[in-house]
Design a protein around this ligand. Sequence first.
Ligand SMILES: [Zn+2]
Length: 297
Amino acid sequence: MKTTTNPPRFQVLFIVLLMFAPVSSCSLLNIFDKVEPPFVYEVHFVDVGQGDAIYVVTPEKNVLIDGGRRNSGIVEYLQRLEVESIDLVIGTHPHADHVGGLIEVFHTFDVTEVIDPEVNYSTVTYRDYRTTIDSREITFTAGRSGMEWQLSEGAVMQIVHPAAPSTRHINDASVVARIVFGDIAVLLTGDAEERAEREMLARSEPLRSQILKVGHHGSITSTTLDFLEQVKPEVAVIMVGEGNRYAHPNEETLHNLEAAGAEIYRTDTHGSIVIKTNGIRYVIHTTSEETLNEHEN
Ligand SMILES: [Zn+2]
């Protein structure tokens, strides 16, 4: 639901307080502050061209999911935010448009822990990425369905895929994270395709999320109707490079997302997309134009 005014429940509370509580406007404001917490959680879908890089901020821990290709600009983006250390990095799967940019991230920032699907993959980029994790003595964890990380009070990251990663279908080995901020959930699918979506549905993973990072750059091989039916996204973010040679995103995928009622944001047309939430409502900012949409859960 889209709104530009205060949610009705706050208006009702306000009226009730005015009727029954002979309090000063100052303490009334304090009560209102407690009901409407500040927007302390942020999810940045960083425009890195054709590739993924998602930066998550909570009051206690920060997380980076993928870093785009080498020299993708993710390091400069994080430096502009004055980031010095990163608690958790997820390399969703070994492809260069996801882990390439993480190598420079490891050299630039203090990273505590890295999660990836831990599959055998022999490209130079993936080898460099794994070697850098070892040489920087960063804790490495194989991400598996069922794992959870508490990011802050009220913010939990759940891993919902893979259970047993396939080495033959690297996209389907993607670590899929669902981050829950109060009542607002964000599903980050990496390049998971149909097979991975089927597996998540078969395991009855928690998938329902207001915000979906669309799988595999909006390719037709992801975002099946059954998967969409479970996620029920209000907002779909597609991370895709302008004029990319893969013809991402696919027209039918766009149509299916629209038919499911999702509002579509794309890094090739909107630039970087930032979603801020207080666990009750969320707002969306984009860098390409002055877009500010407010959503109430
Ligand atoms: Zn990719």
